[in-house]
Design a protein around this ligand. Structure first.
Ligand code: NAD
Length: 283
């Protein structure tokens, strides 16, 4: 039987498009995790805003699907795909090199990530290390390679965005790798803002549950395990603490990146966009 709750499909009308002189094809946005979920939606939203997008992921088939979606939706702008493993430093450098060959490297969206659930005493150290490499070290290394390209251009010269989570604000048990990585990303965001000296801005985005394949499959599994409906899993298990009992669509996260990259957000620097439906700060 098909899952009751399906990953959200993106449509052209739901993409936020903004007037911004810097949203042009001579400027390049790098998007990691662009083969699925939030990364794919962000790559498509940025390309439709007229940017040239370097869409990167370790999942080559996922990247092909992202390109296909762009064609199906008739979005403007160019997408260049780069298959790369973010745990590999040479691959990380190659992403920025590819971007620099296409235009002015102006935007970086660090979105790739993954979850692992296990109690601390049993948490596999190799998995912990891999999470830190993909979700903390690679974003830092990408920023390190991008900054020389971003500095010294028109002001402000560039923006680095990091996909955080409510787990960058508070923790849930059995997610030590994820919790520590997401808290670290906020430190990285603020470090880039501090050293960007007004030329390079940085911000992070924290959401609660987003309707991506990853989360949708978790819903079906939990419904089966607990013998409750998928709707009950969303409302009672995942979003019990939230005021908004709906899962966010990936495009809603993508649109937050569009806004954060735009000149409308020029005072957003070092801060976190906490778009959590009232999850974290209400009771
Ligand atoms: P997803 O699984 O749909 O996409 C993640 C992508 O990251 C995948 O395409 C995967 O191939 C890629 N990736 C993983 N390891 C990689 C590596 N070594 N090298 C290159 N790419 C790699 O997940 P998603 O739900 O779209 O999540 C994207 C980001 O958003 C993650 O950082 C996640 O922590 C964050 N986030 C997700 C949610 C949610 O509810 N889905 C909520 C808050 C934050």
């Amino acid at each position: 039987m098909a899952n009751e709750i399906q990953p959200a499909e993106l449509d052209r009308e739901s993409i936020l498009t903004l007037e911004d002189p810097r949203f042009s094809s001579d400027r390049v946005a790098i998007v990691t995790g662009a083969g699925s979920g939030i990364g794919r939606a962000t790559a498509l939203a940025l390309v439709h805003n007229g940017l040239t997008v370097v869409a990167t992921d370790v999942d080559g088939e996922g990247l092909e699907e992202t390109e296909e979606r762009k064609e199906e939706l008739g979005l403007r702008g160019e997408i260049e795909t780069v298959e790369a493993d973010l745990t590999d430093d040479a691959d990380v450098a190659a992403i920025v090199e590819a971007a620099a060959g296409l235009g002015e490297v102006t935007y970086l969206a660090n979105i790739a990530g993954f979850q692992h659930v296990a109690p601390l005493e049993e948490f596999p150290v190799e998995t912990y290390d891999a999470m830190q490499r993909v979700m903390v070290r690679a974003p830092m290394l990408l920023a390190k390679h991008c900054l020389p390209h971003m500095r010294g251009g028109e002001e402000p010269a560039g923006v680095v965005a990091n996909m955080c989570s409510i787990h960058g604000h508070y923790v849930t048990r059995d997610k030590v790798g994820y919790n520590t990585a997401k808290f670290a990303l906020r430190g990285l965001t603020q470090s880039i803002a501090a050293e960007g000296e007004g030329d390079v801005r940085s911000f992070s985005l924290s959401t609660s549950y987003v309707k991506t394949p990853l989360v949708v499959n978790q819903i079906a599994d939990t419904a089966q395990q607990r013998d409750i409906s998928e709707r009950e899993v969303v409302e009672k298990v995942m979003l019990e603490e939230a005021r908004t009992k709906e899962l966010m669509d990936p495009i809603e996260a993508a649109n937050a990146f569009v806004f954060g990259f735009s000149e409308h957000a020029r005072f957003l620097n070092g801060a976190d966009l906490l778009f959590d439906g009232g999850y974290t700060l209400t009771y």
